[in-house]
Write a protein of this length. Sequence first.
Length: 97
Amino acid sequence: MGTMTIADFQQMIRDRYYETDAARGAAGTWLWFSEEVGELAEAIGLHLRGDGSADHLAEEFADVFAWLATLANITGVDLTDAVRGKYIVDGGPKGTK
């Protein structure tokens, strides 16, 4: 597969999972997202200690990104527009991230 945009990824997640995700709702999906963030934190810790694999770390980043796209889909947020508006338009971010 070639280059994938944020919009492509968000649409792929929507196409595959939207019905189930929407039925679960934002609150339930937030719990899944939070669990994935915890798994990413663990993978980063392993990586920093030299105990983790680069593949595992990459998988956890991908999982967090997928669950973030899920949350965006079920709350009606276009991630491309959100990133563009916050970080690109008018010279970049205002304040701190």
